[in-house]
Design a protein around this ligand. Structure first.
Ligand code: CTP
Length: 421
C-alpha cells in the first residue's frame, strides 16, 4: 500500500462503508484506499444495485476484507452477526448515498443488509449523497434528509457539478479526500447515535458512567495466566442498565464470554494494569462503578514459556496490582459517585464496611460468593447495599434487577447532590 508518509490520523479506527448503487461508487474505491492509508480498517457492505457499478472483488482487493452483501448469509451470521458489523465500527459511512438508500434509512426499512445495518446500529452514520439534482431537490428527498439529520445523521456534500446525466447542479458526491476530512471531524465528536425517546430523557442522560467488569488475567508466561471465576454478568448488567437509563457508558471489561451490552462503548483489556490504564483514559466521569474482580497480584511475567527444568516447581514472586477503585476514589477529578463491589465468602457486611472506608468510595454492593451461593457465574445475586448511612439488604433477585436498582439509586444520589441536599 502506498502513502507511507501520510499521517495515521485514523489509526485504530474502524469504518463500515456502505456502498449504494450509483455511478459515484467508483469514487468509493478511492475512498477505501485513502482511509486505509490513514490507518483505518474498512469493512464494506454493498447493496445489490452497487454491484451493477463496481465489483465486490475491487472492494475486497482494496480493503483486504471480505465484502458483505447478504442479509441471510448463513456463513456470515455464524462468523459474526450482521449487527456486530455495525457495532464494531467507530463510524458508518454511506457513499454513495443514493436517493433510494436515504429513503430506506429515513423510514427505517430493512430489506437488505445495508439498510438493516443502518437501522440496527448504535453508531452515527455519515452520508455522502450522490444523485441527479432533481432527485436531490425533490420534496421527498428533502424530507428524508431532514428526518435523518433530526435522528443525528451527518452529511458531507453533495457538491455542485456536472452530472453523469449531462445536467449541472447539486448532486455530485464529494471527493474522497473531502469525505475523509468529514470522517476525521465526525470521529472527533460523539460517534454514537443520539438516544431518542425514553433513553434520551432517562435518569442518567447527560452523565458519563464508567464501569469495570469481569475478571483480569495476569500472565505468568506467554501461555499461562492467573484468573478468577468472575463471569462479568453483574458488571455487564450494570453497564446495560446505565445505558438504558440514558447514560453515556464506557465499559472496561476483562476477558468474558458475554456479548457487548447495547449502547456502551466497550474497551477490552486483559490484566489489572491494562484495566487501570483504560479507566484512567476514560475519565472524567460522573459515576464510576468497579464491578470487576480485579486480581490483587500479578506475576513478573516471563518472556518465554517456563519449562519444567529439574525436579522443583518454579516459585513466583507476586507484585501487588494497583487498586483501581481506591485510585479513582482519591483522584483529583474524582467522579461524583464511586461504587465498589465486594465479593466475600464470610462476614460479608463487616468486610464491605471496612472496604467502604479503606477505598474511599460512596457505596459498596456486597455479596456472598461462597460455594453454594451460586453467585459467581450464576444469574441471581443477593446483594447488600452498604453506604455511610447504613446497610440495606436486598432480596435474592436477578443480576439485571440488581443493576436496575443500583442505577435508580445512582440517579437519585446525583439529583440530590445537584439539588444540594
Ligand atoms: N478493586 C479494584 N482494584 C483492585 C482490587 C479491587 O478496583 N486491584 C475493586 C473491585 O472492582 C471491587 C472492590 O475493589 O469494586 C473490592 O474488590 P475486592 O476484591 O473485594 O477487594 P480487595 O481490595 O481485593 O480486598 P480483599 O482481597 O482483601 O477482599
Amino acid at each position: 500500500m502506498s502513502g507511507q508518509n501520510i499521517a495515521q490520523s485514523l489509526g485504530g479506527k474502524s469504518i463500515l462503508l456502505v456502498v449504494g448503487g450509483g455511478v459515484a461508487a467508483y469514487k468509493s474505491l478511492d475512498l477505501v484506499r485513502r482511509l486505509r492509508e490513514r490507518g483505518a480498517r474498512v469493512r464494506v457492505v454493498m447493496t445489490k444495485a452497487a454491484k451493477e457499478f463496481v465489483t465486490p472483488l475491487a472492494f475486497t482487493s482494496l480493503s483486504n476484507e471480505k465484502v458483505h452483501d447478504d442479509l441471510f448469509s448463513a456463513t456470515d451470521e455464524q462468523a459474526m452477526g450482521h449487527i456486530q458489523l455495525s457495532r464494531d465500527a467507530d463510524l458508518i459511512v454511506v457513499a454513495p448515498a443514493t436517493a433510494h438508500l436515504l429513503a430506506r434509512a429515513a423510514q427505517g426499512l430493512c430489506d437488505d443488509l445495508a439498510a438493516t445495518l443502518l437501522l440496527a446500529t448504535d453508531k452515527r452514520a455519515l452520508y455522502a449523497p450522490a444523485m441527479n439534482l432533481r432527485m436531490w431537490l425533490a420534496p421527498a428527498t428533502r424530507r428524508n434528509v431532514a428526518l435523518l439529520k433530526q435522528d443525528g445523521a451527518l452529511f458531507v456534500g453533495p457538491e455542485d457539478g456536472a452530472m453523469a446525466c449531462g445536467e449541472y447542479g447539486p448532486g455530485r458526491m464529494s471527493e474522497p479526500l473531502e469525505i475523509v476530512a468529514a470522517i476525521e471531524a465526525a470521529l472527533k465528536g460523539e460517534t454514537r447515535r443520539p438516544l431518542q425517546g425514553a433513553a434520551a430523557r432517562g435518569p442518567l442522560s447527560g452523565r458519563h458512567v464508567v464501569v469495570t467488569s469481569g475478571p483480569t488475567h495476569e500472565a505468568i508466561d506467554p501461555v499461562r495466566y492467573i484468573a478468577n471465576r468472575s463471569s462479568g454478568k453483574q458488571g455487564h448488567a450494570v453497564a446495560a442498565a446505565a445505558a438504558a437509563a440514558g447514560g453515556r457508558v464506557t465499559l472496561v471489561s476483562g476477558p468474558v464470554t458475554l456479548a457487548d451490552p447495547a449502547g456502551c462503548d466497550v474497551v477490552r483489556v486483559e490484566s489489572a494494569c491494562e484495566m487501570f490504564a483504560a479507566v484512567e483514559r476514560a475519565m472524567p466521569a460522573d459515576v464510576f462503578i468497579g464491578a470487576a474482580a480485579v486480581a490483587d497480584w500479578r506475576v513478573e511475567a516471563a518472556a518465554d514459556k517456563i519449562k519444567k527444568e529439574g525436579a522443583g516447581a518454579p516459585a513466583f514472586a507476586l507484585v501487588e496490582n494497583p487498586d483501581i477503585l481506591a485510585a479513582v476514589s482519591h483522584a483529583a477529578d474524582r467522579p461524583r459517585v464511586v461504587v465498589g463491589f465486594a465479593a466475600e465468602t464470610r462476614d460479608v457486611i463487616a468486610h464491605a464496611k471496612e472496604k467502604l472506608i479503606r477505598k474511599g468510595c460512596d457505596l459498596i454492593v456486597a455479596n456472598d460468593v461462597s460455594e453454594g451461593s451460586g453467585v459467581f457465574g450464576g444469574d441471581a445475586n443477593e446483594a447488600h447495599f452498604v453506604s455511610p448511612a447504613g446497610v440495606e439488604s436486598w432480596p435474592r433477585m436477578s443480576k439485571e434487577a440488581v443493576a436496575a436498582q443500583l442505577v435508580a439509586r445512582l440517579a437519585d444520589i446525583l439529583n440530590k447532590s445537584e439539588a444540594g441536599e
